[in-house]
Design a protein around this ligand. Structure first.
Ligand code: 6LA
Length: 179
């Protein structure tokens, strides 16, 4: 009996295209996935909300730096209502800031229903993030980094969202993401 060869692991581009087909990522007008580029927290909130199939919820976004007309307000509200993101304190969300690896780790851990590792200290991570980073490392959903405060690349975000979506999302409730 001949066995089929193992399927090759998907590349970041394969994962990007799969997420694009689901309407979770869009990419740039020239068709480029921009995998080496960074992503803002507003863009990330949209991708996360679409990836987890959350309902848009503009009313739940009460941050002083997210205007009523901000394109991402319904998604920022959605991830806030789902208790995946809470902003940076002082009622600020920082929608234009780059999403960092430790912020990604926190949202993945919460999104997957994993437990924060209480009392963890992780070199290169902020105090607030250490428990989430340790949990994400333990679950092997992120690799080891020297600096978890660094901006995540779109490629890293694609890897992570692909894991969260897990190919199980069959419907995407909202409009196609702008990024
Ligand atoms: C209010 C607070 O303590 N925020 C923390 C941390 O929880 C935040 O995590 C996310 C992912 C978020 O929820 O928006 O990114 C920003 C982080 O800010 C942190 O305080 C600087």
């Amino acid at each position: 009996v001949a066995f089929a060869a193992d399927k090759a692991a998907p590349t970041q581009n394969d994962k990007f295209n799969a997420l694009k087909d689901l309407g979770i990522f869009t990419g740039f007008p020239n068709g480029d996935a921009g995998l080496d580029q960074n992503m803002t927290r507003a863009q990330f909130a949209k991708v996360l909300a679409l990836g987890l199939n959350l309902d848009e919820n503009a009313a739940a976004s009460k941050y002083s730096d997210v205007s009523a007309s901000h394109w991402a307000k319904p998604f920022i509200g959605a991830v806030t209502a789902a208790e995946l993101m809470q902003g940076k304190g002082n009622n600020k969300f920082d929608p234009n800031g780059n999403v960092t690896i430790e912020e990604l780790a926190k949202t993945l851990v919460l999104g997957l229903g994993l437990e924060e590792v209480e009392g963890a200290t992780v070199t290169g991570a902020s105090a607030w993030a250490a428990g989430y980073v340790q949990a994400a490392l333990d679950a092997k959903i992120i690799p080891t980094f020297t600096n978890y405060k660094a901006a995540a690349t779109r490629g890293q975000l694609v890897d992570a969202i692909y894991e969260v979506v897990g190919g199980e999302v069959v419907t995407v409730k909202s409009a196609v993401a702008t990024d």
